[in-house]
Design a protein around this ligand. Structure first.
Ligand code: HAM
Length: 422
C-alpha cells in the first residue's frame, strides 16, 4: 500500500528545488556581508529548552511535538530556532570569546498548527541571532538586516513594523494596565483567554477568536507604559533606522507571539491578497532574560525568524521567482552496446574537468535517447558510436546552433572547455 506524506508537510520536488537554492544562496551571501556565521543545532532538544516556566505562548503550550524517547527522556521537536541556539550558546560558553556572537541557521521547525497555504506543521525558517548584548544600535542593525534581505530579494510590497515592549519594569506596568482593562470583560472572554488573563494577559492580544479581538480593540498599548530608560532605548533604535534610511512603520499594537521579548519587537509583513495572517513573513525582537533563563549569564540578545515558504510565496506573488533552469554542459549518448563500456571513463574525465555531465545507460535507440537527452536541457550532446570511435573521435552537437562536428577524443576536454568558456 502506498503511503502519503503526513498532514501539514510537503515535498520539495526536483523541479522546485531551484527556488529554494536561489533563496538560500541569497541568504548565505547576505549573512556574510553582515558577518553572521552559520550555526546548526539539533532539530530536537530536551523539552525544557522550549517548555520554560516563563513561556506561556499558545505555540509552546499547544503546538509542540513532544514525545518520550526510548529511554523515557522528554524530547521536543524544535518549534522555533532561538531557544535551541541559546542553549548551544550557553553550553559552549560562546560568550567568553565574542562580545556579540552573530549567528544564523536555516532548517526545519515543527508546530502542530492547522495547515493552510503558508502554514505547515514542518516549515523552514531562517533564524538570525546577535547574542550577548542589549543595545539599541544592535537592534537597529538586526532590523536593517531583515529589511535588506527583503530588498536583496527585490520584494516591494513589504513593510517592516516595529514596536517596543520596554524593559521588565515597563512590561510589568503594561501587563497590570492590561489586566485592569480586561478584568471587567472576564466573563465575555473565551475560555482560553480567561486562563490567560491570570497567567499572562499579553497573550490575549493575539487571540484568534473574534469576540476576544473585539474586546482588545480599545485596550491600552505597551508604548504608553514605557519608563524613561525604555523610551530612550526605543527612540535610539528609531533614530538609528532613520539614519540608515530604513523605512519602518511604528505599530503600537504589535506584541509578537512568544513571551521572551523585551524592548524592540518587529514584524515583516507582505500584502498578498488572500494570504491573510500568513502575510507575516518574519518577525523577531530583543530578549533580555532568555540567556539567564537557560542557565547562562545575564546578557541580552536580539534576533528574528523568516518563514522560507512564505518568502517564496511572496517572490511568486511579485513575479520574482523566474529562476533559470539548471543547464547541463554535456549529455552523452552511447549509440551502440559495445561503446557503453567506455562511458564511465569519458564521464569521469569530463566531470573531473569541472563540466556538468550526465548520460543514459538504457538500451533505447537513438530516437528514444535523444528524447531523454533533450529533457535534461543540455548545452551539448555527445554521440558515442563505434563508427566514430574507430576514428578515435566522438560527435558533438551544439543544441543552441544545431551545429555538429567530429572531435578527436584526445581534444575533447579542451574543445568543450573552450566552447563553454570555462
Ligand atoms: P515566529 O514569529 O513564531 O518567531 O516565527 C517566525 C516566522 O516563521 C513567521 O513569521 C513565519 O513566517 C514563519 N512560521 C511560523 N510558523 C509557521 C508555520 N506553521 N508554517 C510556516 N511558516 C511559519 C520565531 O519563531 C522566533 N524564534 C523569531 C526570533 C528569533 N525571535 C528572536 N529571534
Amino acid at each position: 500500500m502506498a503511503v502519503n506524506k503526513v498532514k501539514g508537510t510537503y515535498d520539495v520536488l526536483p523541479t522546485e528545488s531551484k527556488r529554494w537554492q536561489y533563496l538560500e544562496a541569497k541568504i548565505h551571501d547576505l549573512m556574510k556581508r553582515y558577518n553572521f556565521k552559520e550555526i546548526r543545532t539539533p532539530i530536537f532538544e530536551y523539552s525544557e529548552v522550549f517548555h520554560r516556566q516563563s513561556e506561556n505562548s499558545d505555540m509552546v503550550n499547544k503546538e509542540t511535538y513532544d514525545f518520550l524517547d526510548r529511554a523515557n527522556r522528554k524530547i521536543t521537536l524544535r518549534p522555533e530556532g532561538t531557544a535551541g541556539i541559546i542553549r548551544s550558546y550557553v553550553e559552549h560558553k560562546l560568550y567568553v570569546s565574542q562580545e556579540v556572537e552573530k549567528v544564523y541557521s536555516i532548517g526545519p521547525n515543527f508546530r502542530y498548527e492547522r495547515p493552510q497555504k503558508g502554514r505547515y506543521r514542518q516549515f523552514y525558517q531562517l533564524n538570525v541571532e546577535a547574542i550577548g548584548a542589549s543595545n539599541p544600535f544592535l537592534d537597529a542593525e538586526i532590523i536593517t538586516l531583515a529589511y535588506q534581505l527583503i530588498q536583496t530579494l527585490g520584494l516591494k510590497e513589504v513593510q517592516v513594523k516595529v514596536n517596543s515592549l520596554g524593559d521588565r519594569e515597563s512590561r510589568n506596568a503594561y501587563q497590570t494596565a492590561l489586566y485592569d482593562y480586561l478584568t471587567p470583560y472576564r466573563e465575555q472572554l473565551s475560555d482560553d483567554s480567561k486562563i490567560r488573563l491570570d497567567k499572562n494577559p499579553l497573550r490575549i492580544l493575539d487571540s484568534k477568536i473574534q469576540s476576544d479581538q473585539d474586546i482588545v480593540l480599545n485596550a491600552p498599548t505597551p508604548i504608553d507604559y514605557l519608563n524613561d530608560f525604555s523610551k530612550k532605548y526605543y527612540q535610539t533604535v528609531l533614530d538609528a533606522l532613520r539614519a540608515a534610511d530604513v523605512t519602518v512603520v511604528e505599530n503600537p499594537r504589535l506584541v509578537r507571539g512568544l513571551d521572551y521579548y523585551s524592548h524592540t519587537v518587529f514584524e515583516i509583513e507582505a500584502s498578498i491578497p488572500s494570504f491573510g495572517a500568513q502575510n507575516v513573513l518574519g518577525g523577531g525582537g530583543s530578549y533580555e532574560h532568555l540567556i539567564a533563563e537557560l542557565g547562562g549569564p545575564n546578557l541580552g540578545g536580539i534576533g528574528f525568524g523568516f518563514g522560507l515558504e512564505r518568502l517564496l510565496y511572496a517572490l511568486e506573488a511579485e513575479g520574482l521567482d523566474q529562476i533559470p533552469d539548471f543547464q547541463l554542459d554535456v549529455f552523452v549518448l552511447a549509440l551502440d552496446k559495445e561503446v557503453k563500456a567506455l562511458l564511465p571513463k569519458i564521464l569521469f574525465d569530463l566531470r573531473s574537468a569541472d563540466l556538468k555531465v550526465d548520460a543514459n545507460y538504457t538500451n533505447k535507440g537513438l530516437k528514444g535517447q535523444l528524447k531523454q537527452a533533450l529533457k535534461h536541457n543540455s548545452r551539448y550532446l555527445l554521440f558515442l558510436g563505434h563508427d566514430e570511435l574507430a576514428k578515435e573521435a566522438v560527435g558533438i552537437k551544439d543544441t543552441k546552433t544545431e551545429f555538429q562536428e567530429e572531435v578527436k577524443l584526445k581534444n575533447l576536454v579542451p574543445y568543450l572547455k573552450e566552447k563553454l568558456g570555462k
